[in-house]
Design a protein around this ligand. Structure first.
Ligand code: NIG
Ligand code: FE
Length: 460
């Protein structure tokens, strides 16, 4: 049997014949583009799933070769000798894009969990020494290999629930060495996972305890050491004696499944108790100057103004629980995606959820992601996020699916390759046991994902 496997061969990944035909899908959600639009979807376009009944997809060499009704696709030359998978009683759609995750950690935060149940807030727990800082020790002591094992386990759990592309942040090391090791581990895990991983440096997650009274010094390390190290894979950061970690391998020129740099994006947590607007702007400027993309955790616990951030053209503003009406109006004219993370609100036991309806009705492009992390959202499940978004933020199932696929790809600026089922795009596909797309957001705390294809490689 021909195989297209990448990285190490593990038993969760089955080899795939080079040409596969998925046929007789009850509903095939193509999410094909309307009127040639190439930016993120907004407004009425977020309700267009491009549904084909009795649909079929032909996969060849890791790409989508044809999409249409079963009758149409079966006539394709390559379909004649393809391995067939009957998708009757199934919904077939683009794999989920989980565009905001923090998988580089080692242990669950159970003390925080119990304290919150007993009534403490997220910020109170952090001030008492829990929170993000409580995850540092495990990461600083872990080897790259041990961290990569944790990351890979998370990626596999995500794929089992329909996810085929993941953005993965560092942010629990918070020293030059531990952040680089975290990114190294993300890269190592990505090389063993058949889907695409987009790595992000979140060195500015919080100020680590040893810099508590000298946050400026820590910001300098982020700007002058961490960011240059990830941006420049060929040399040491200017003015630093440190060696670039071993993960910096030459970029691959094939189909892009491997990260080419240790990080493609830089993220900052702008919040009381994390980084100020002024510090964040310095960090984002350093990233943009070296050609990295930027994304921002903002308006999660308290309001912040977005205007001072717009000059950096963030791919995404994430959380957005406290975004103002004025900023919503501004965002409706931009391609920056608002990435909502309702599983974090669920897990923190909050009564309020992100203002999805306001954003959508104003025409802001919205994405959904898990925020997989040990403090606010220990779930790898995009279907759970769809459920939370529909039930608690009043997104429609169609809007939630667009937000979890195509707009997630836009939030990572990869919509030309990912996020819809169209000829020439990567074969990132999820098959669900369902006859109607609304079921994807309806069932919860169960896993109805039957199979995923990640760059054409199947996972049962
Ligand atoms: O997105 N807000 C910052 N980062 C994470 C939480 C991280 C943690 O508590 O470990 C978030 O919710
Ligand atoms: Fe987050």
């Amino acid at each position: 049997m021909d195989t297209q496997e990448k990285g190490s061969h593990r038993d969760t990944v089955r080899s795939t014949p080079q040409t596969t035909l998925l046929l007789h899908a009850e509903q095939l959600l193509t999410l094909r583009s309307t009127a040639g639009a190439s930016g993120p979807r907004r407004g009425a376009d977020m309700r267009e799933l491009g549904i084909i009944e009795d649909g079929a997809v032909l996969i060849a060499d890791g790409k989508i070769a044809a999409v249409g009704t079963t009758d149409e696709v079966a006539k394709h030359e390559l379909a004649k000798h393809a391995h067939e998978i009957d998708c009757s009683h199934n919904v077939v759609l683009p794999g989920f894009v989980d565009s905001h995750t923090h998988p580089a950690f080692t242990t669950p935060r159970l003390i925080d969990f119990e304290k919150r149940i007993a009534g403490a807030s997220y910020e109170e727990i952090a001030e008492a020494g829990g929170g993000i800082s409580a995850s540092l020790r495990g990461v600083r002591e872990a080897s790259t290999e041990a961290l990569a094992t944790h990351v890979l386990k998370a990626l596999d759990e995500m794929a089992a629930q329909g996810t085929t592309m993941v953005e993965a942040k560092s942010g629990y090391g918070l020293s030059f060495a531990a952040e680089m090791r975290s990114l190294d581990a993300i890269r190592d895990a990505a090389q063993q996972w058949p889907g695409k991983v987009v790595p992000t440096l979140l060195g500015a997650h919080v100020v680590p305890p040893e810099y508590r009274d000298r946050s400026e010094e820590y910001v300098r390390i982020v700007c002058e050491e961490m960011i240059p190290a990830v941006a420049n894979s060929n040399g040491s950061p200017p003015g630093s004696e440190k060696q670039i970690p071993r993960g910096l391998k030459p970029a691959r020129d094939d189909n892009s499944s491997f990260p080419t740099r240790l990080a493609e994006f830089v993220d900052v947590f702008i919040e009381r108790g994390a980084f100020t607007m002024e510090q964040s702007r310095r960090i984002l400027r350093a990233a943009v100057q070296l050609g990295l993309g930027v994304r921002v955790h903002v308006c999660q616990l308290t309001p912040a103004e977005l205007a001072p951030l717009l000059e950096f053209h963030p791919a995404s503003f994430d959380h957005m629980d406290y975004v103002s009406d004025e900023d919503i109006a501004v965002l409706s004219k931009l391609d920056t995606v608002a990435t909502l993370l309702p599983a974090a609100n669920y897990f923190l036991g909050l009564k309020d959820f992100p203002p999805a309806r306001k954003l959508l009705d104003a025409g802001v492009p919205v994405a959904l992601a898990t925020d997989y992390n040990p403090g606010t959202s220990p779930t790898p499940s995009m279907p759970f996020v769809l459920s939370a978004a529909c039930t608690h933020t009043k997104m429609s199932p169609a809007e939630a699916i667009v937000a979890a696929t195509y707009n997630g790809a836009c939030a990572l600026r990869l919509q030309h390759q990912k996020g819809s089922l169209e000829p020439g795009k990567d074969a990132d596909i999820a098959i669900f046991e369902a006859e109607d797309y609304r079921e994807l957001a309806y069932w919860f705390a169960t896993n109805r994902c039957r199979q995923t294809f990640l760059n054409g490689i199947t996972r049962l």
